[in-house]
Ligand binder design. Structure first.
Ligand SMILES: Nc1ncnc2c1ncn2[C@@H]1O[C@H](COP(=O)(O)OP(=O)(O)OP(=O)(O)O)[C@@H](O)[C@H]1O
Ligand SMILES: [Mg+2]
Length: 296
């Protein structure tokens, strides 16, 4: 989608298949950031998610500090930043996955299509059907390929007849680019697939319930370059129908797949801009330091 200059560092810290690069500590501290102020274009006209003054605490520790951001309909937005800066924490707020962590508290305004997703009346199961998630490690259920994809539609009652369910399974596997590889072995166990196939199966499982948003937390970090390329192609296709939020440690990946990139640092949202700007002329000096590999 975007080409990026050669001075942009390739960070593959979590990628076991590639050589690890040494990274330095950040030359910057909190003092370089004005809390609650994000440079660039954090807001959008057609917001799917409207997030304002979001703070996340683990016990007394504030992991997300006064973050405001819109996520636009049908955009692919990438979250980047050094390890521990809060990317996963912030991502998990969007479908209340943090609810399962006892010591975690979320404050602020988090709206999906204008509805407060932290309203006590919000049905969390329904929220997670609208806002699906794909994790770092492919996590297929120890069931058949068919049953993995059919799982969500079954629990949400999306298909009345077997033929309807068959259609959902086929179309989800097609959208995930997996149909031709698995159509003759839908009854085989999913755990026997390759890692890349398993991750595409998890994407098929996530989209089988017709979500509006798909959250992906480092979806390619356990995949080889060929499987990664397939998942990236898939993200581009899916973005025609879904809003996608992807956390990645690979600058190249962020540049290839996303429209906007959000740079987090120590729980702050430092900069959001269109991806090309972030990687060619970032506005904040900390973004620049990070993308040129001065710290990781
Ligand atoms: N379950 C938890 N309990 C307590 N603290 C947590 C928990 N999960 C995350 N944290 C803390 O919150 C901060 C942000 O962590 P988070 O996992 O969101 O970072 P990240 O940007 O996703 O990092 P990485 O790139 O390594 O995945 C870190 O200081 C981390 O130690
Ligand atoms: Mg993370």
């Amino acid at each position: 989608m975007n080409s990026i200059p050669a001075n942009v560092a390739e960070k593959t810290l979590h990628d076991e298949n590639e050589q690890q690069i040494p990274v330095a500590e950040s030359p910057h501290s909190d003092a370089d950031i004005v809390e609650g102020k994000t440079v660039g274009t954090p807001f959008a006209d057609n917001a799917k998610f409207k997030l304002r003054d979001v703070e996340v605490f683990y016990g007394e520790t504030r992991a997300i500090k006064n973050v405001s951001l819109d996520i636009a309909s049908n955009e692919v937005i990438a979250f980047i930043g050094p390890s521990g800066c809060g990317k996963s924490t912030f991502l998990r707020c969007l479908n209340r996955m943090n609810d399962s962590i006892d010591i975690c508290r979320v404050k602020g305004t988090l709206e999906l299509d204008g509805q407060d997703i932290y309203d006590p009346r919000q049905d969390v199961v329904e929220l997670r059907a609208r806002v699906g998630m794909v994790f770092q490690k492919p996590n297929p259920f120890p069931k058949s390929i068919y049953d993995n994809v059919a799982y969500g539609p079954r629990i949400h009652g999306l298909a009345n007849r077997k033929s309807d369910l068959d259609d959902i399974v086929e179309s989800s596997l097609r959208k995930a680019g997996l149909w031709d590889e698995v159509k003759d072995r839908l009854d085989s166990t999913a755990t026997g697939m390759s890692g890349g196939q398993q991750q595409r199966l998890c994407i098929a499982r996530a989209i089988a319930v017709s979500p509006e948003v798909v959250l992906m937390d480092e979806p390619c970090s356990a995949l080889d370059p060929i499987a990664t390329a397939k998942v990236e192609e898939l993200i581009a296709e899916l973005s025609e129908s879904y809003t996608i939020v992807i956390v990645t440690h690979s600058m190249q990946q962020a540049a290839r797949v996303s429209h906007r990139t959000a740079y987090f640092h120590l729980g702050h949202l430092v900069e959001v801009n269109d991806t090309n700007t972030v990687f060619t002329s970032p506005e904040h000096q900390m973004t620049e330091s990070y993308i040129t590999g001065r710290f990781g």
